[in-house]
Ligand binder design. Sequence first.
Ligand code: SAH
Length: 232
Amino acid sequence: MMPTVDSATKRRRRLDGIGMTSRRTRERLIARLREKDAADETVLAVMAEVPRHLFVDEALASHAYDDTALPAGHDQTISQPFVVALMTQLLLNGRRRLGRVLEVGTGTGYQTAILAHCCDKVFSVERIGALLRPAQERLSELRLRNVRFANRDGFDGWPAHAPYDGILVTAAPPAVPPGLTAQLADGGRLVLPVGPADGVQRLCVHTRTGGRIGKEWRGDVAFVPLRKGITR
Ligand code: SAH
């Protein structure tokens, strides 16, 4: 009889990866991020835990731990690891953990998984319905259960669960949507790229303190545009 491999072993092997998707390859990426401007150890520890190769097409798996954005189908991309680390770090702002967080632009669910590790509850909205199911499946394979997904237009946030301690947007609107700032809790931070679809976008951080909103600008970035409306 052929020896059988039980499903728990198969799952572990898939998550662990081999060769270009192995933990060692992932650790090399983390070391590279640490040398750049994204060196928050809480964030890097989470990024070392989440297997990015599960979030890309099998044909691209050998590039999963390159520090580059990769195509994710439906004309979308999975963000560059450095940018994921930087945005998560700007959201946490030195804290180890956040309470309720809204993510706009689920995409593959990679950034969602990172947030699920460092937030009590994540609400993630995506305008393309067809991207949501695979993202949800990846998160349940990783046993991350503190996430709620919705096929919604993120320009309006998700008012039913507001206010949020953090809001992270992974697609670029031409200007900061006022609906999002309105859903920030006191002390909450909104991190998003802002700028034209075909030009330079800048990373922007809004912080609410009582009725005041403080604004900071960080480096240049390149994201897909935040689009209005949803497709199921
Ligand atoms: N964080 C993702 C990157 C996704 S790319 C990842 O790690 O894989 C940006 C995503 O934002 C795309 O999936 C796009 O469909 C989505 N998006 C664009 N406009 C949106 C909107 N108005 N509301 C919600 N999602 C939107």
